[in-house]
Design a protein. Structure first.
Length: 230
């Protein structure tokens, strides 16, 4: 198995390298108000793929921690000379990570619906060193939806769109032949796992206090947050 690190906004997750999309991704811009409102038609989905998460209840914190313990146990077995976090450290880190997500707001059956939508993507190709296929590993697919929602909660939907579809001709952080794959991940996460974030614009950009007139300290009830001296 060959691992690579593929970003979804600010979240980085370990995954196997898959077959890239054959067709170029769609870069049609959405309306100024909404993003990821339709699924990309050219996402490289294998419709015959089957994922264990697709007919299971939503993952729990225990499922999430167990998933990562399984992944790291597999890495330890394959690379005994390398250093990895201890099981206790992984449990602590992943529990804290889980708590950051919108878990209480995830609708019933959301992880299964998300898994059905993205199961056939190349991101789910491959297997652990032990031989367990990713699609048969509980939590493998569902954790992508949770990670995507966490990224959106941290940066906003427009920023996620901009990373996949840069408007300033800057080099995208994701190769162009994989954009449709990640478009489908984000679309499906917003459609099923965290629909309450579909219009989330992210936190406002913090400005220097000197840019505000009058001085924001003149109205403590305004709730203005800014950098530097007031």
């Amino acid at each position: 198995m060959r691992w690579s690190i593929i970003p979804v906004a600010a979240v980085f997750v370990a995954t196997a390298c898959g077959t890239p999309a054959v067709d170029p991704p769609s870069t049609t811009s959405p309306t100024p108000e909404r993003y990821f409102t339709t699924a990309p038609v050219n996402a490289p989905v294998d419709d015959t793929a089957v994922c264990v998460d697709s007919d299971q209840p939503n993952i729990t914190e225990d499922d999430y921690v167990t998933y990562w313990q399984t992944v790291f146990d597999d890495q330890r077995a394959a690379y005994p000379d390398q250093s990895f976090p201890s099981p206790a450290q992984i449990a602590e880190d992943k529990s804290a990570e889980w708590q950051l997500g919108p878990n209480d707001e995830v609708p019933s059956g959301a992880d299964a619906a998300f898994s059905n939508a993205v199961c056939g993507l190349p991101i789910n190709d491959g297997q652990l060193h032990s031989g367990v296929e990713f699609r048969a590993l509980r939590g493998q697919v569902a954790q992508y939806g949770r990670a995507t929602c966490n990224s959106i909660a941290g940066s906003g939907v427009p920023q996620m769109w901009e990373q996949l579809h840069p408007s300033d001709r800057a080099a995208p952080s994701i190769p162009s032949d994989q954009v449709a794959q990640y478009d489908l991940l984000v679309y499906s996460a917003l459609a099923y796992v965290c629909p309450q974030l579909a219009d989330y614009q992210g936190l406002p950009v913090m400005k220097d206090c000197a840019d505000f007139t009058p001085d924001p300290s003149a109205d403590p009830e305004a709730g203005v947050f800014c950098r530097g001296e007031r």
